[in-house]
Design a protein around this ligand. Structure first.
Ligand code: PAF
Length: 293
């Protein structure tokens, strides 16, 4: 695998790929690679002639300095894993490579998704994500780029962004990878202590129980609609069970219509919805989500 630390070495690599008419798959990451990233990379390797992974802990998307400092960095093991799966290139830029002092700031506030849920809780986060993803897309110009459903709001914002700007890249969304107990894999899991990791299993439990309750309601009442009052009741039940754990502090538990990412106060069983959750376990913030139907 080639390790490309500068934009000029990236460009030389890309020229080689394009000379051979190679299709380029791109997996942007912030490192601390785990099986979730590897599943995106494997899909890219399968679909394309060349796969480029980027590792860049993007300061602009952290609204909290301590979070940026404590974000896990495991570059040696990342490189070993990338070599093992035969990734073609790793783009590993420095801050000065990615952010020039004369950078013009671009207005990206194109969707209200910037300001709800993760956007509300982490002001500036999605502006930072879109800024860096746009830069990386401009530099690499990939045929396909791969994102995980675990960061569902991020995925939807990137899909909207690409559509709005007619960018010639296909966004491939990939299912969340979980450990054998159901915990969604996340680089932040590396910072969990043993009891915190155990507590974190309650996220997926809450999501799965909520989903089952919604399905059960439909079976029992055989109605096409789960109305506001009933939805709120099931949501409160899920939240009550979740926060019963002493280590868990709820940030949000919300249901959105998958089609337009709007909050919903009912479930129409003919449509698709997602439940999204964010909690603090100690200092660590975890998110997860599940498709409801
Ligand atoms: O999902 C991530 O790891 C980051 O938000 C991304 C897409 C690499 C941008 O920094």
């Amino acid at each position: 695998m080639e390790i490309l630390r500068s934009i000029s070495s990236l460009q030389t690599f890309l020229q080689k790929c394009r000379k051979h008419n190679g299709r380029i798959g791109f997996v942007p990451t912030m490192g601390a690679l785990h099986a979730g990233h590897l599943s995106l990379l494997s899909k890219s390797i399968q679909d394309n002639d060349y796969t480029i992974c980027s590792i860049y802990v993007n300061p602009k998307q952290f609204n909290n300095k301590e979070d940026l400092v404590s974000y896990p960095r495991t570059i040696q093991s990342d490189i070993e894993q990338l070599n093992r799966i035969h990734c073609d290139a790793l783009f590993l830029p420095s801050d000065s490579e990615m952010y020039q002092s004369d950078d013009k700031s671009i207005e990206y506030n194109f969707t209200n998704l910037f300001n709800i849920l993760e956007g509300e809780k982490r002001p500036g986060h999605f502006l930072g994500v879109i800024t860096i993803v746009h830069k990386l897309f401009n530099l690499i110009n990939p045929d396909k780029a791969y994102f995980g459903e675990k960061d569902y709001q991020q995925l939807r914002i990137i899909q909207l962004f690409v559509k709005k700007h007619n960018l010639p890249v296909e966004i491939v969304s990939c299912p969340t990878v979980r450990n054998s107990k159901g915990l969604a894999l996340s680089s932040r899991n590396k910072n969990l202590k043993i009891d915190e990791e155990k507590a974190a299993l309650n996220l997926v439990k809450a999501l799965r129980n909520f989903k089952n309750d919604v399905i059960k309601f439909n079976k029992i009442h055989s109605k096409d609609l789960l109305e506001g009052g009933d939805l709120v009741r099931l949501k409160h039940l899920a939240i009550k069970n979740l926060v019963a754990h002493p280590l868990i502090k709820l940030d949000y538990f919300e249901i959105i219509a998958s089609e337009n990412f709007r909050f919903t106060n009912y479930i129409d069983y003919n449509e698709n919805y997602r439940a999204l959750i964010a909690v603090y376990i100690g200092e660590i913030r975890l998110i997860d989500n599940i498709a409801i139907n």
